[in-house]
Design a protein around this ligand. Structure first.
Ligand code: FES
Length: 158
């Protein structure tokens, strides 16, 4: 289960202020915001733009560029399914399609009950054991439709 809290403008400002002395504070701030709230809310862009003397478009560009940053709160459990080359060659795209059909989901979406979010990653360093994924930060590897389904059900307490 992930730690996350509701977006709070005062706390977000504190986080920004805590990182301003760094040489390149943008990414550390974004990571810290996501760590605190579980996602980077749209309100972060004007906050960072003002603090770093950048345009909102520049900040938004950085937030959008990195797949790591969520734009909305995640579900209680997060499956990061690898779409890297080795995993694709071992069927990760088909695994994802099966899972999405079963759960009525797509990439970066959360099940209606708020239990599971599925996000892409692009190599977990587990290529020799592909297809691979992380579920709530725990690696799972050599997946097939059955083992992936079981891991997801277990995380969701089914
Ligand atoms: S490509 Fe999936 S773990 Fe490396």
């Amino acid at each position: 289960m992930l730690g996350a809290s509701t977006w709070n403008a005062d706390r977000a400002q504190e986080i920004v202020d805590e990182h301003l002395s760094l040489e390149a504070p943008m990414l550390p701030i974004l990571h810290a915001l996501q760590e605190e709230f579980g996602y980077v809310a749209p309100e972060a862009a004007p906050l960072l733009a003002q603090a770093l003397n950048l345009s909102r478009a520049e900040v938004h560009g950085v937030i959008s560029f990195y797949h790591d940053f969520r734009h909305e709160p995640a579900g209680r459990h997060v499956l990061k399914l690898c779409r890297g080359e080795a995993c694709q060659s071992m069927g990760s795209e088909e695994l994802a399609e099966d899972l999405f059909t079963k759960l009525g989901l797509d990439w970066n979406r959360t099940t209606r009950d708020g239990e599971l979010t599925v996000e892409p990653v692009y190599c977990l360093g587990l290529c020799a054991s592909s297809p691979a994924a992380l579920i709530d930060g725990e690696p799972i590897a050599r997946l097939d439709a059955t083992t992936l389904g079981e891991a997801v059900d277990e995380a969701r307490g089914l």
